[in-house]
Each structure stands twice: as C-alpha cells, then as structure tokens.
Design a protein around this ligand. Structure first.
Ligand SMILES: [Mg+2]
Length: 98
C-alpha cells in the first residue's frame, strides 16, 4: 500500500497540485468520482453495465481510491490500521448468527 501512496504523491507533486489538495476538496473529489462510478450503472442492470463499461468502472474505482489515499495522507491517517479497527467495530455490531 505504501508503494501505491508514494506513486500517487509523486504524481501530485510533479504537477504542483499539492497546494490545491486540501481536505475539503479531496473529500468532494472522492464523492464526485464515486458518482462517476455510479453513472456506469444508471438505467442498466449490473450485467449490462459490466458488459458495456468494465474498463470505465475500473477507472472510476481507481479514481475513488486515489483521492481516498490522498486524503488519508493529508490527514496522516494509516488506512490499513483504520480498516482493521473499523472491521473489529463492525464484527461487534454485526455478530455472526449461530
Ligand atoms: Mg473519474
């Protein structure tokens, strides 16, 4: 994961975009890219969307993650740690029915 973050940060810094990447705009960008992902499915069944738009769906999924990782980096958040913590919380909230 750190390798991926380093690549994204390098890409941003090479283009001088760091000053524009504040927390608010990164959060907005995550939501906008998530909506671009949704556009691929609008008015279609899942099967139809996957058949016609898999490449674009993959692009938009990557865009969401790219902005999410940039927001985490900006806020000094270790997302691997936070996912583990949240999964533990989820396990308590949604126990396995035995
Ligand atoms: Mg996009």
């Amino acid at each position: 994961m750190q390798n991926m973050i380093d690549k994204i940060i390098q890409f941003r810094d090479d283009r001088g975009w760091k000053p524009y990447h504040n927390e608010k705009d990164l959060a907005i960008s995550i939501a906008l890219e998530a909506n671009e992902l949704l556009e691929n499915f609008q008015w279609k069944s899942s099967e139809e969307a996957l058949e016609s738009s898999t490449e674009n769906i993959k692009d938009e999924m990557a865009d969401v993650l790219i902005y999410l990782l940039q927001l985490a980096e900006k806020m000094n958040i270790d997302l691997e740690e936070e996912v583990s913590r949240k999964m533990e919380k989820n396990a308590i909230k949604y126990p396995i029915n035995k």
